[in-house]
Design a protein around this ligand. Structure first.
Ligand code: UD1
Length: 367
């Protein structure tokens, strides 16, 4: 049996790794296609190393571009790969442009398609990922869901694929690598003290592409940093915007040590070191989807700088709180969260480290 996997951007790699491993353990021939949506070492190669992913069999090298350019390039370059290989199944993960592009090509070539992390909805169509999710789910034959409400979303939209509640493969990766993360020396190396720093990530277009919104958020973070040092491993998109709009005054860029009383921007950090930084943070402030899930399992308070989430279970069961983008609210909520005792970790159903195995069993049984 031949299964082709598509991965292209940083949040894909930790989802695809457990599925590939579980299929390989069961004798399946895996083909990994890297679209090249993310290409910097810190955004891609570092994750392959940390996660023990096999080297990609095919590199499409699409790089950056507008949404249409990037999606079109993936479609154009993956079509001959899929057409020649004709895999028994193609697996796409998450909600990035590479996910949607590969799904459309599979549908047109009438090749069976599976979507891992199906049915998540923010109900916000201004979010590019929401469009990618909606369309990918319409085209998929197998819909692997991470939480029960995803099934309602899919049924409401009339998705025709088979729905399977399998748990969360991103948590498989967390469980597999947490032990190694615990021996990472990154916290000390950055001059931070365990449990005495905040960790920030920010990259959503709605937060970083408008200089006024970005300035407001950075101002709030700088104010919170007066109470607790803030470490900000910054996405290239965000650094580009900070530089373009003269917003470096809110942060310290290019430092290798965190400072008290400030927000320290460092380059993006690899998977294992970032896991360590999350696990020992006092609070995490983010607009990432995956980090909302990881902090829930780690029992670290997460303030999500967005008005909605496609992962509501992290709010109802986990440590996540939506704080929106108003600077005064971010500041107030962050300062309050710092003073609260650390919550207990919680585990949504089936987020048990075995999602990849469940997915592999279903794929093989369907053959
Ligand atoms: C993409 C995904 C988003 C995901 C995020 C994680 C889509 C629509 N968006 O957003 O869902 O949460 O990845 O990081 O697919 N750049 C580099 N080096 C890289 C990659 C990007 O410098 O390796 C810069 C480029 O200037 C590029 C910008 O970052 O234009 C944005 O990259 P892009 O892949 O378009 O979107 P992300 O914001 O990374």
């Amino acid at each position: 049996m031949k299964v082709l996997h598509v991965a292209g951007a940083r949040p894909n790699f930790m989802k695809v790794a457990p599925v590939i491993r579980a299929l390989a353990d069961r004798g399946v021939h895996n083909i990994l296609v890297h679209t090249g949506q993310h290409y910097d070492t810190t955004m891609s190669a570092a994750f392959f190393d940390d996660l023990g992913l096999p080297e990609a069999d095919v590199h499409l090298e699409v790089g950056s571009g507008t949404h249409a350019e990037q999606t079109a390039k993936v479609m154009e370059r993956i079509e001959p790969v899929l057409g020649d290989d004709r895999p028994d199944l193609t697996v796409v993960v998450g909600d990035v442009n590479s996910t949607l592009a590969a799904s459309i090509v599979c549908a047109k070539l009438q090749l069976p398609l599976a979507h891992v992390e199906a049915g998540l909805r923010s109900f916000d169509r201004t979010m590019p990922e929401e469009i990618n999710r909606l369309l990918t789910d319409q085209l998929s034959d197998l819909l692997f869901i991470t939480s029960p409400e995803a099934e309602e979303n899919l049924r409401r939209e009339g998705a025709a694929g088979e729905i399977h509640f399998v748990g969360n493969p991103m948590i498989d990766s967390l469980e597999r690598h947490l032990h190694r993360a615990r021996s990472s020396t990154i916290v000390n190396a950055l001059g931070l003290r365990l449990g005495e720093y905040g960790l920030v990530t920010l990259h959503r277009p709605s937060n970083v592409d408008d200089p006024a919104v970005l300035a407001g958020i950075l101002g709030a973070l700088a104010a919170v940093a007066g109470r607790l040092p803030m470490l900000f491993p910054a996405h290239p998109r965000t650094v580009k915007m900070m530089r373009a709009h003269g917003l470096e005054r809110f942060v310290r860029i290019g430092s290798t040590k965190a400072t008290t009383g400030g927000v320290t921007c460092v380059d993006p950090i690899g998977y294992v070191d970032f896991l360590r930084l999350m696990a020992d943070a006092r609070i995490v402030l983010t607009d990432s989807g995956g980090i909302q899930e990881e902090t829930t399992i780690l029992g670290v308070p997460c303030l999500t700088i967005r008005h909605n989430t496609e992962r509501p279970i992290t709010v109802t069961m986990g440590t996540n709180r939506l704080v929106g983008t108003d600077p005064a609210t971010i500041r107030r909520e962050a300062l309050a969260a710092i003073e609260r005792p650390k919550p207990d970790p919680t585990r949504p159903p089936l987020w048990d480290g075995h999602a990849g195995e469940r997915i592999a069993e279903i794929i093989i049984a369907r053959r």
